[in-house]
Design a protein around this ligand. Structure first.
Ligand code: PNS
Length: 160
């Protein structure tokens, strides 16, 4: 039984993230989407809001669950008996950072945890939650980037 975790901030979930979740769900028996709660990036949405938006987006996938986590990813994975991390790679700019966390997670977990990278579909290669928030904040239509229920949550947050 293959069980993987797709961790991230998801502030908020975008079609780029969903692309990775859907492809992972087709590849592995079970996909846990891990939403980081104690995020140094000061997220716009609370951990619970981010979790709910993902749950709504993945409701048709019966092998995908969404969980909030705190602290070190590898500790959470050990508690939940997961040994594989999935991450998306958009461009070469992601590579250096991703390589660094993948290698350190592998070392600190005493080589019990590994990371699998999926290349993001070209049509989402430029997309990030930060870009979506920046456009949404000024009232630009972001419905090509995030699901409709996320568009509504962004509008509420920015008082639009
Ligand atoms: O969506 P993001 O912000 O790029 O995701 C980064 C994330 C959540 C995968 C990473 O920051 C993480 O795993 N944080 C948990 C704390 C941890 O384990 N840190 C050690 C490796 S950086």
């Amino acid at each position: 039984m293959s069980k993987v975790i797709y961790p991230g901030s998801f502030d908020p979930i975008t079609y780029g993230h969903l692309d990775i979740i859907k492809r992972s769900a087709a590849m592995f028996d079970e996909v846990v989407v891990g939403v980081l709660s104690n995020n140094a990036k000061s997220p716009l949405f609370s951990p619970e809001e981010r979790k709910r938006m993902i749950e709504e987006a993945v409701k048709d996938y019966n092998n995908v669950t969404v969980i909030n986590f705190n602290g070190l990813l590898i500790d959470f994975m050990k508690e939940h008996n997961i040994s594989v991390i999935v991450r998306g790679l958009r461009a070469i700019t992601d590579f250096e950072y991703e390589l660094q966390i993948a290698q350190s997670n592998r070392k600190v977990s005493k080589y019990t945890i590994d990371t699998v990278f999926l290349t993001t579909s070209i049509k989402y290669a430029y997309l990030s939650s930060s870009i979506v928030k920046e456009y949404a904040r000024y009232g630009t239509d972001v419905s090509d980037f995030v699901p409709e229920h996320v568009v509504i949550e962004l509008q509420k947050k920015y008082g639009l």
